[in-house]
Design a protein around this ligand. Structure first.
Ligand code: PLP
Length: 416
């Protein structure tokens, strides 16, 4: 097979197999070679209710035949209005404005532009961004700049802008983070802090406490520094609540949502902002508007999928499903975490992770790809981050399917 496709995060020089998926339903993928694979990472954290949820599928089909795409600068349409109203109804009340884009990276880029626009609009220009160590916010130049530096972006480093970094608040070391944040805010030039609340996904499913999140928010609020919550991964119930911020009673100034916004069916994102952020852009001077758009901003078909996702959240017992899945994950983690082969078992809502004890950490080591192949041979889609194995399935995953996933992890322990 010599496909012209150039895949993301794939070293084609290794010639590793690339299975072809023909269809999906619930937590299962059907491959061309006749396998039924359990999607234990929700197709890279996007699929929430399960693949091809009938309400989302129907909404997409209906919208596709009615209005496929229309310019969104200066025009609007019903699905976008529905999504904005639906978000206003379930997201924190103060986040009064909804700006559409099309991916997790772009909604974070928009958040950064909003933050700079906010300070420019107030006549007090600031551009310094604070970020947390080990964070991930996307793969565009701007979001790589605010993310952890490493092998993923070394080649592009000359193009990345400078940011202020505060240490990750590991258990027992929280004070160092709070002190660093306070010191950075005192400089008076900080526009915003951007972070992933409660769990750093790509950084290795690193969790920190709601108390620390609340205290970080309080420091920013006292200094007038905008607090940007990147809930691209943590949003839509992943951590047990609709938003991770809820668990810390934190109200961000700017909120980034994507991945589960359409239930994982279509690319779409929103950046929600407080009225004060919107107001700072409000003027009779066109030069002060938020200068951002992409061709497919608020694509009607993607919006119809998001509207269907919102109706699922309103009308189906989503949080109950999440609680059931979280309890099952806890049970499994408790059993496996007891093995001496594992370190640091951790869980937040539907996310469960543990580290395989090994001398060979690091993403580029062969452990993660070998583990991935091991799981693939057992019809389980898992993609370890270095030596961190995590399970993040769609909420509809059955007890039997989940057992198969964890059994494969247990088997891996013995084999590696
Ligand atoms: C996945 C992710 C992003 C980037 O989203 P894309 O849709 O892949 O661009 C940004 N932030 C966080 C926290 C993510 O997990």
């Amino acid at each position: 097979m010599n496909s012209p496709v150039w895949h993301p995060f794939t070293q084609h020089g290794l010639g590793e197999p690339i299975p072809k998926v023909l269809s999906a339903r619930g937590a299962l993928l059907q491959t061309e070679d006749g396998r039924t694979v359990i999607d234990a990472i929700s197709s890279w954290w996007v699929t929430t209710h399960g693949h091809c949820h009938p309400r989302i599928v129907n909404a997409i089909a209906e919208q596709a035949g009615k209005l496929d795409q229309v310019i969104f600068a200066g025009w609007t349409h019903e699905p976008a209005e529905q999504v904005a109203a639906g978000l206003r109804a379930i997201m924190p009340k103060d986040l009064a404005r909804v700006f559409f884009s099309d991916s997790g990276s772009t909604c974070v880029e928009v958040a950064l532009k909003m933050a700079l626009g906010y300070w420019a609009g107030r006549g007090e220009p600031r551009h310094r961004i604070l970020v947390m160590e080990h964070s991930y916010h996307g793969d565009t130049i701007g979001t790589m700049s605010v993310g952890a530096r490493g092998v993923f972006n070394r080649t592009y480093e000359p193009l990345l802008f400078d940011v202020g970094r505060i240490p990750f608040p590991a258990a027992g070391a929280e004070q160092a983070t709070l002190d660093a944040l306070e010191a950075a805010c005192r400089a008076g030039d900080v526009a915003a802090l951007v972070l992933e609340p409660l769990v750093l996904g790509a950084g290795g499913m690193l969790v920190y406490s709601p108390e620390t999140l609340a205290r970080m928010h309080a420091i920013c609020a006292a200094a007038g520094v905008l607090f940007i919550a990147d809930e691209v991964m943590t949003g839509w119930g992943r951590t047990g609540t609709l938003l991770a911020c809820e668990q810390a009673n934190v109200l961000p100034d700017i909120l980034c949502l994507s991945k589960g916004l359409t239930g994982g069916s279509m690319p779409l994102a929103v950046t929600m902002a407080r009225e004060s952020v919107y107001d700072a852009h409000l003027s009779e001077d066109r030069a002060k508007m938020l200068f951002h758009s992409s061709s497919y901003t608020a694509n009607p078909i993607a919006c119809a999928a998001a509207a269907a996702n919102l109706s699922i959240w309103r009308e189906e017992p989503v949080l109950e499903r999440i609680a059931t899945l979280a309890a099952r994950q806890a049970e499994r983690l408790e059993k496996l975490g007891r093995y001496a082969h594992f370190d640091n078992p951790r869980q937040l809502g539907t996310i469960a992770a543990l580290d395989l004890k090994t001398d060979q950490g690091g993403y580029l080591d062969t452990l993660a790809p070998r583990l991935m192949a091991f799981f693939r041979d057992r019809d389980v889609l898992l993609r370890p981050l270095g030596n961190t194995v995590y399970v993040m399935p769609p909420y509809c995953v059955t007890e039997e399917q989940l057992a198969q996933v964890w059994d494969a992890i247990g088997e891996a322990v013995i084999s590696f």
